[in-house]
Design a protein around this ligand. Sequence first.
Ligand code: ATP
Ligand code: MN
Length: 465
Amino acid sequence: MTRGGRIKISDLLKSKETGKKIVVKGWVRTKRGNKNIQFIALNDGSTIHNIQLVVDVPNFDESTLKLITTGACLKAEGTLVESAGSGQPVEVLVDNITIYGTADPEKCPLQKKGHSLEFLREIAHLRPRTNTFGSVLRIRHAMAFAIHNYFNDNGFKYLHTPIVTGSDCEGAGEMFVVTTLDMNNPPRKEDGTIDYSEDFFGKQCNLTVSGQLEGELCAMALSEIYTFGPTFRAENSNTPRHLAEFWMIEPEMAFYEIEDNMDLAEDFIKYLVKYALDNCIDDLEFLQKMYDETLIERLKSVIECDFIRLEYTEGIEILKNSGVKFEFPVSWGLDLQSEHERYLVEKHFKKPVILTNYPKEIKAFYMKQNDDGKTVRAMDVLFPKIGEIIGGSQREESYDKLISRIEEMGIPEKDVWWYLDTRRFGTAPHSGFGLGFERLLLFVTGMANIRDVIPFPRTPKNAEF
Ligand code: ATP
Ligand code: MN
């Protein structure tokens, strides 16, 4: 079926129907040629590849042809023919051109080739029209689709958890406040702090940092669920791996022990990487050529290997004995930094690593406590070039253990009574994890900065578009 009165370029390039009259629409990438014949490379975002339009100059109005510059949008009618040149199977001999929108070459930033990724972030409203962002956005789409496919095929139910949350104990970072109070003159309590009881929800609410807690509530009914939605963290961390708004996939499963959780994480991520290789190879080849010459090899190696499974304590020993001078110290009880994670993955094992049994002090209250009294059944999946891509755990299912940990950490019981109820009524062993969607995309696209794998990044001091 043709929609929008045209055939998509991705379909056209596969078409064997030479001799047929066709209509294509898209944006001009380049125009070259001479006073007799001109070649226009047209792209409509359906594929990285352009269709070549061949224009017999004497048949056209000179003033129309002059308006065809990089960035302009047009409709071309003509005949599909086998391409005379190499590089494309077919091209279009054009009869007629309609210009929808011009792009003044003096002013249009897309005119110039070879803009830096930094500059393109400043024109995030136009960068989707570059080859790079076309590829990234198509891969982003394919990965989102594959995620739903994977879970649907495996019987998981897609769950929508709230974006505005009244619980501030999710414990995954600083939160953004959601309020309708007049911030110039907010109601105050006697001690001078803002009185949120007068706010829209009658209490302080925030943008969620994770859908996990609500995910657990529903896993205790549907047994296997996943969330896939936006999450927000107001951390002022200006790194190439952190966004203030990012998308997270969080499966939560009743009856899964930590080993089942690791098996799922490994199978899931391999499925996604394989899906990209099977369905996005043109875009991957383009990104490999432009940015990362070992991209496809790295993707293949992840599918083919077994992930290393290692205890935190052993990981610390390896790092201590490595002889490497790290910027951040290594000692039992400290959280691992990205440099440590990447050493284990890239230098020591040369494979993804699932690190388990972290000290309880550096992990959240809900993780299942081990019998040693020191560690919890956390699991972080560490990836080459990224560091932590997944964080998860087996959850503490014992009401008594959970409540004592909550008291130890000073979390008010009145904030988590509903969460505790799942341990009081029909509790079960269960597990789950969170995969950062943009971290996955960093790995799959080979891009180096997380700002370049989301259409409109939100980072400190940046929310223009
Ligand atoms: P990190 O230590 O890398 O800051 P975290 O331990 O705070 O991450 P979790 O709370 O475990 O992260 O979140 C689960 C997953 O969400 C992480 O493994 C990561 O893939 C992703 N993630 C976390 N914070 C961010 C962020 N600010 N921007 C993008 N993705 C993130
Ligand atoms: Mn984590």
